[in-house]
Design a protein around this ligand. Structure first.
Ligand SMILES: [Fe+2]
Length: 178
């Protein structure tokens, strides 16, 4: 399984006190690296293994964002950007569900994974250019928010993930950490 707690590429400051935004950006970099490795992988087994790691990473990341980060910043960031992010998550979940059914093989497995990668790369760009700069203005403790996200990550790794594919009503905007 992908080692989510290996922070070897993370700057020292982020290791000592990762805030929510640092954590999301680290996740983004990790998943983009997996997409690159998938492209370069030569054999089917390696591709399937990398795809599996990316899917696990994306399931954790989307759950943490939807349950904790998005509700905390939704109001400040605004409906348009947040609704688009919700829809991009939805598309990613549909593709992930299909990939899981293919189980690493099948004629369209690589094509499906590459479309997922393109969708997620676009989503990451939008988050980093539009959402996160605005989110930074929210008057909350981002270190505490990050700690909540890390606890939830551990819990998901222990207890398993929520079912993928169901369209979830976005949580209402709220102040997660005063
Ligand atoms: Fe996201």
């Amino acid at each position: 399984m992908f080692d989510w707690f290996s922070l070897s590429d993370t700057p020292v400051a982020a290791i000592s006190e990762p805030d929510a935004i640092d954590l999301l950006k680290t996740d983004h970099d990790s998943v983009k690296e997996l997409f690159d490795r998938f492209k370069k992988a030569g054999d089917r087994r390696s591709k399937a293994r990398i795809a599996n790691q990316a899917i696990t990473a994306l399931k954790i990341h989307t759950a943490i964002e939807e349950e904790i980060f998005y509700p905390a910043v939704r109001q400040r960031v605004g409906k348009d950007v947040m609704n688009e992010a919700d829809e991009e998550h939805h598309v990613a979940k549909v593709l992930i569900r299909e990939l899981e059914e293919m189980d690493g093989s099948g004629d369209h497995f690589d094509a499906n994974f590459n479309v997922l990668a393109e969708n997620v790369r676009h989503h990451i760009k939008e988050e980093e250019r539009k959402m996160l700069p605005k989110a930074q203005d929210v008057d909350i403790d981002f270190v505490k928010l990050g700690q909540r996200m890390l606890r939830r990550r551990e819990q998901l790794l222990t207890d398993g993930f929520p079912p993928v594919g169901a369209r979830k009503k976005p949580a209402r905007a709220k102040r997660a950490i005063a």
